[in-house]
Design a protein around this ligand. Structure first.
Ligand SMILES: Nc1ncnc2c1ncn2[C@@H]1O[C@H](COP(=O)(O)OP(=O)(O)OP(=O)(O)O)[C@@H](O)[C@H]1O
Length: 303
C-alpha cells in the first residue's frame, strides 16, 4: 500500500501542496484531478522521489520514498512513472525499447513479454519500427508499455492518453486499465479527462488551492459535487436555487415554474446541448432534438 502522510511541498517560497494525506491499496486505481497548475504532476514527482519533501512522509509498504538528498539514483524498482516527456531511445525499435530492461538471459520470456505489452498498447504494426519515426501518440504508447515491462507494483501516469487520437483512445484506455487491474498493479493517474476516471478509477481525489478539496468514489463525487469546480469536471452544469444541476438533469416539460427561452442548440452526437435563458441567467440542458431559437419552453429538474 502507498501511504502519503501530511505531505507539504514548495519549489520556492509559496507551498504548492499542503497537508496532503491519502492511501492507495494494492491494485487500486486512484485518479488525481484538478485545474492546470494545481500540483498533480508535482505530487506524482514527489511520490516518485524526484524532490525532497518539506514536510511529511511517503511509504510504499515498508519502504520510505526518499528524495535526491538521500538517494543517488532516483526511483525504485517497484514503481514506474510515465511522464509527459517519454524519454525513449529514438534509434532502436519499439520492441527493443520495450524489452530494453528485460534480462537477455531469458530470450524467450523477454520476447513473449515484449509481444504481450505491444498488444496491450495496440502497437502490433509498429513493433519493428524505429521510435524516432513515430508520432507523439505512438511514442506515448511505447512509454506506457516500457513502464509495464518489468511489472511494477505501482505505476504513476501523468496524462497517459493526452497524445492519443480519439479513434484509438477508448480501446487503448480499456486495454491498459484492464491490464493493470488483472495484474493487481496500483495506479495513480493525473488527468484532465473524465473518461480516465469514470469506469476505471476506484477513487478520485480533487486538488484545489494546494489542498485536497474532496476524495471518494467517482460516483459519489459525481452525484454530490461539493463545489462547481468538481461538477465542471464531469460536464455542463447549472446552479439553480444554489443547487448544482447537470445539463442532463433538466428536462423539457409541458408546464412548470421554470420558463426559459431557447438561445442556441449545439449538436453533440446522441443529443443536443441547448443553451437557454432562465430568469436572466444562462442554463444548459440536454435534449433529443434541436429547439427553435427564441421559443419558450418549460423545464423540470429530474434526479
Ligand atoms: N520545477 C519547477 N520549479 C518551480 N515551479 C514549478 C516547477 N514545476 C511546477 N512548478 C509550479 O508548480 C505548480 C504546480 O505545477 P504542476 O505541474 O504540478 O501542476 P499540474 O496540476 O500538473 O498542471 P497541468 O495540469 O497543467 O499539468 C505550478 O504553479 C507550476 O508553475
Amino acid at each position: 500500500m502507498l501511504n502519503v502522510k501530511n505531505l507539504t511541498f514548495s519549489y520556492n517560497k509559496s507551498p504548492i501542496l499542503k497537508n496532503i494525506s491519502f492511501n492507495v491499496k494494492m491494485g487500486e486505481n486512484l485518479a488525481i484531478i484538478g485545474e492546470s497548475g494545481s500540483g498533480k504532476s508535482t505530487l506524482l514527482n514527489l511520490i516518485y522521489g524526484e524532490f525532497d519533501l518539506n514536510e511529511g512522509k511517503i511509504f510504499w509498504k515498508n519502504t520510505e520514498i526518499l528524495g535526491p538528498k538521500y538517494n543517488l539514483v532516483i526511483g525504485y524498482e517497484f514503481m514506474k512513472y510515465v511522464h509527459q516527456e517519454f524519454d525513449l531511445m529514438p534509434y532502436i525499435t519499439v520492441a527493443e525499447n520495450i524489452g530494453k530492461h528485460l534480462s537477455r538471459f531469458f530470450p524467450e520470456e523477454k520476447e513473449q513479454r515484449t509481444q504481450e505489452l505491444i498488444k496491450v498498447v495496440e502497437l502490433e504494426d509498429f513493433a519493428n519500427v524505429k521510435v524516432k519515426t513515430l508520432s507523439g501518440g505512438q511514442k506515448q504508447r511505447v512509454a506506457l508499455a516500457r513502464a509495464l515491462a518489468k511489472q511494477p507494483e505501482i505505476i504513476l501516469l501523468d496524462e497517459p492518453f493526452s497524445h492519443i487520437d480519439n479513434f484509438k483512445k477508448q480501446s487503448l484506455r480499456r486495454s491498459v486499465y484492464k491490464y493493470l487491474k488483472n495484474k493487481n498493479i496500483s495506479c495513480i493517474v493525473a488527468t484532465h479527462d473524465k473518461d480516465d476516471v469514470l469506469g476505471f478509477a476506484d477513487t478520485m481525489m480533487v486538488l484545489n488551492n494546494n489542498e485536497i478539496l474532496d476524495t471518494g468514489k467517482p460516483e459519489t463525487l459525481y452525484k454530490h459535487p461539493k463545489t462547481p469546480l468538481i461538477a465542471s469536471f464531469f460536464g455542463e452544469f447549472n446552479v439553480i436555487d444554489n443547487e448544482i444541476i447537470y445539463a442532463n438533469q433538466l428536462k423539457v416539460v409541458e408546464q412548470s415554474n421554470l420558463k426559459a427561452k431557447v438561445i442556441t442548440s449545439y449538436f453533440k452526437g446522441s443529443y443536443y446541448l441547448i443553451e437557454a435563458e432562465l430568469n436572466g441567467e444562462i442554463v444548459f440542458f440536454e435534449h433529443g432534438t434541436a429547439l427553435e431559437k427564441d421559443s419558450a419552453i418549460y423545464l423540470s429538474i429530474s434526479e
